[in-house]
Ligand binder design. Structure first.
Ligand code: SF4
Length: 152
């Protein structure tokens, strides 16, 4: 599994400080994709267990969640990485352009974002979006957390 970059992000998972791994090799090809650099499988750098562990160690006590932007196409690797994050006390999240995610991956996720990018419908901030941000265990839709002036 190659990653393009690792960033600390504040908006993608509400109320969490997330270590975000952007994974290369997305095959969905959304029209208007904001990250076409993620399409090529061999872009970026190999995400080795050592790099991954060192990154999670570095942000322990600072970040609260590990977020993967894609990577569901490397199921075994992704499950290994998610499981390690959970063992280290992190919450986990996957942003996917797919509508359905393998249940074996879901078992290791706190939150999941599904749905391809559609500029006419907008992203999670849009009330018309096709995308869904869900707390996995309770299957609760949490899109309202992304809309400004939400009341809860
Ligand atoms: S799922 Fe994300 S990275 Fe993949 S094509 Fe769509 S917008 Fe781009």
């Amino acid at each position: 599994m190659n990653y393009y970059n690792i960033q600390i992000v504040l908006q993608e998972v509400p109320h969490e400080i997330s270590i975000c791994f952007s994974v290369c090799g997305c095959t969905i090809r959304c029209h208007g994709c904001h990250s076409p650099h993620l399409w090529k499988e061999n872009n970026g750098y190999l995400l080795t267990p050592r790099i991954y562990r060192e990154t999670l160690d570095r942000y322990k006590g600072l970040a609260t969640c590990v977020l993967f932007m894609g990577g569901e196409w490397h199921k075994e690797n992704l499950i290994y990485f998610l499981n390690y994050a959970l063992e280290q006390g992190y919450q986990t999240c996957l942003y996917s352009g797919e509508d359905k995610i393998d249940p074996q991956i879901l078992k290791y996720l706190t939150w999941i974002k599904t749905g391809r990018w559609d500029a006419e419908l907008g992203g999670l901030h849009s009330p018309n979006t096709n995308q869904r941000f869900v707390e996995v265990q309770s299957n609760t839709l949490l899109n309202h957390l992304f809309i400004k002036d939400h009341s809860s």
